[in-house]
Structure formats: structure tokens, C-alpha cells
Design a protein around this ligand. Structure first.
Ligand SMILES: Nc1ncnc2c1ncn2[C@@H]1O[C@H](COP(=O)(O)OP(=O)(O)OP(=O)(O)O)[C@@H](O)[C@H]1O
Length: 295
């Protein structure tokens, strides 16, 4: 299948400082790519290069087989940036109509409003909107042109829990309808639920590119968690085959490559251990652990 995005040996420097180095990946139609990495890893820079807003220092990017700056592909792309759009002294509905007018096959106005769950906020001046409402409006603007390819940079920042849930449901439906989606988010549990593929940026490179299950396999750690009223020093003295990830009140979380060994080490105090659970690491836990390495 033809790739929607091709990133070939791309490097980026700002003022001689390397931000990204030798980045390679292709994106197929219908994929939801979760682009992750700590603050400053280069996620927005990579998105900006894919959008043709900044040029790679080296390498090549194509979208739909053409240069990102090509006018003929603009109709196929929707973008939701981290920052707001600046046009504050207008109503949400006016902005949506304005953006629709730039596209040759925009979605009907009512469909845009429904997709973004904007409801009664439509006639509100943008300056009067809450952070969450502005994110929804930004999403409406990204979808207004009925794009094939969507870039979402931190889309749910500021949204409440219900709105976030509805938003990701919407994204999954768009993906099932064939849209290709590139998303960055610091809410890794959300990325974990929706992304068909994770691209993890670290130290200027792609550290991992593949499905979440593969990421868990590459970093073959398991979580052993339990509740105990024993003090941390006593628990730490027992367990040598795992690293303490967190201790919150009576709840202990250990990361290990050998869960059986950790359970055996706990046996002398098993009467003081409750709710023992063994699970795979979540994306958030892997992320925090990998990010810590080398810092
Ligand atoms: N126009 C620019 N000029 C100089 N440096 C820049 C420019 N844009 C980004 N940078 C630098 O490039 C690095 C990567 O920034 P970028 O915004 O791409 O990271 P990010 O992964 O999106 O971070 P965050 O998670 O905080 O949004 C940072 O060190 C940033 O300061």
C-alpha cells in the first residue's frame, strides 16, 4: 500500500544544535501513530517539518508522494496545533466557516460541530472560551476540510475526563473511516488505548517504532504490586530482583524482569502482603523508565 507519509533520513538542527538525527519511518493509510518523547524531544519539530512549516536540515519528507509545501496536498491535511490560533475577536462559528472556505470539499458545518461536540459554545467569542472549549474548536478547525490526514499536537490538554473520552472515541471512528492520524500527547494512557503504532523519540533518534505490544516486549519488564503496612526499608531489604517504582501510602509497585523471584522474596512476609498483582508495564511506566535512562 502506498505510504501517506515518508520520512527518509531526516535530521534537524537549530543554530548548530542537533534536535533530530536520521529519522526514518513510513505511515500507511488508516494508521493512528502515537508520537511520544519527553519535553523537547522534537515531536512538534517533526510535525512542523511534515507540514512544511520548517525544512529538514537533511533528508526528505513526502506527504501523498509530494513535498509537504505542495499546494495540491493542502486539501488533504488537517492540523490541530498546541497553541491557539490567534484569531480571538471572532465567534467559534465564524472561524469554522472561514476555515471551511479554504477547502474544496469541506465537511458540512453541522457535521463539523457535531464531530467536535461544540454544542452551545458555537456563538461564544473565542476569547470567552475555556481552555477545553478552545481545544474542541481547534479540533473542529482541523476537521473542517474533511482531511485524509490529521495532525493532532496535544489535542486533549485542558479537556475534562468526559470530553477526553468522547474525543478519543471520535478519533477511533475517524481512523476506522480510513483517516490517518498522527498524535502527540503527554497523557500516555490515552495514546496506549488508541494508537495502532508508537513512535518513541529519544536522544534525537527513533528509539522504538512499532505496536505497543512490541514496546512492552522490547523492555521486558513486569510490574509486581501489592499493599503492605511494612515500612519501605523492610520491603526494600527483602526484594533484590526488582526495582521500587513507587511507594504511595501502603501501595508498593516494583518493576522486575523476574516476577516469580520477587514473589518468592516476599514469602517470609506474605502474611503482611495483600492484593498482590502481576501485570505488564503500561506505556506510561515504560516511558518514565526509558526516559530516566541516560538522563
Ligand atoms: N524555532 C526554533 N528555534 C530554535 N530552537 C527550537 C525551535 N523550535 C524548537 N526548538 C528547540 O527544539 C527542541 C525540540 O522542541 P519541540 O518543541 O519539537 O519538542 P517537543 O518534543 O514537541 O516538546 P514538548 O513535549 O514540550 O511540546 C527544543 O529544545 C526546542 O527548544
Amino acid at each position: 500500500m502506498t505510504a501517506i507519509i515518508q520520512v527518509t533520513n531526516v535530521s534537524k538542527q537549530f543554530a548548530q544544535k542537533s534536535i533530530l538525527s536520521h529519522i526514518n519511518f513510513d505511515v500507511a493509510p488508516g494508521e493512528i501513530i502515537g508520537l511520544i518523547g519527553k519535553n523537547g524531544a522534537g515531536k512538534s519539530t517533526l510535525i512542523n517539518m511534515m507540514l512544511g512549516l520548517t525544512e529538514p536540515t537533511d533528508g526528505k519528507i513526502t506527504l501523498f508522494g509530494q513535498a509537504p509545501q505542495s499546494k495540491t496536498i493542502k486539501d488533504k491535511i488537517g492540523v490541530m496545533f498546541q497553541d491557539s490560533f490567534g484569531l480571538d475577536r471572532v465567534r467559534g462559528s465564524e472561524l469554522i466557516q472561514l476555515v471551511r472556505s479554504y477547502y474544496s470539499h469541506p465537511l458540512p458545518f453541522s457535521e463539523v460541530v457535531k464531530l467536535a461536540a461544540l454544542g452551545e459554545n458555537l456563538t461564544t467569542m473565542v476569547t470567552k472560551m475555556s481552555g477545553g472549549q478552545r481545544r474542541k474548536l481547534n479540533f473542529a478547525l482541523a476537521m473542517a476540510g474533511n482531511p485524509e490526514l490529521l495532525f493532532l499536537d496535544e489535542p486533549t490538554a485542558g479537556m475534562d475526563a468526559n470530553s477526553r473520552y468522547d474525543f478519543w472515541q471520535q478519533i477511533q471512528q475517524l481512523s476506522q473511516a480510513g483517516k490517518t492520524i498522527i498524535v502527540t500527547s503527554h497523557y500516555l494512557e490515552e495514546i496506549e488505548d488508541v494508537a495502532s503504532r508508537i513512535i518513541f523519540l529519544k536522544d534525537h533518534h527513533v528509539l522504538y517504532d512499532g505496536p505497543l505490544a512490541g514496546l512492552q516486549k522490547s523492555f521486558t519488564h513486569t510490574i509486581v504490586e501489592f499493599d503492605s503496612s511494612l515500612p519501605e526499608a523492610q520491603i526494600a531489604a527483602l526484594i533484590h530482583n526488582g526495582d521500587l517504582d513507587s511507594h504511595n501510602q501502603s501501595h508498593y509497585v516494583f518493576v522486575t524482569e523476574d516476577a516469580d523471584a520477587v514473589v518468592r522474596e516476599l514469602t517470609p512476609e506474605i502474611a503482611n502482603v495483600r492484593n498482590l498483582r502481576i501485570t505488564q508495564q503500561s506505556l506510561d511506566q515504560i516511558f518514565r523508565e526509558v526516559i530516566k535512562e541516560g538522563d
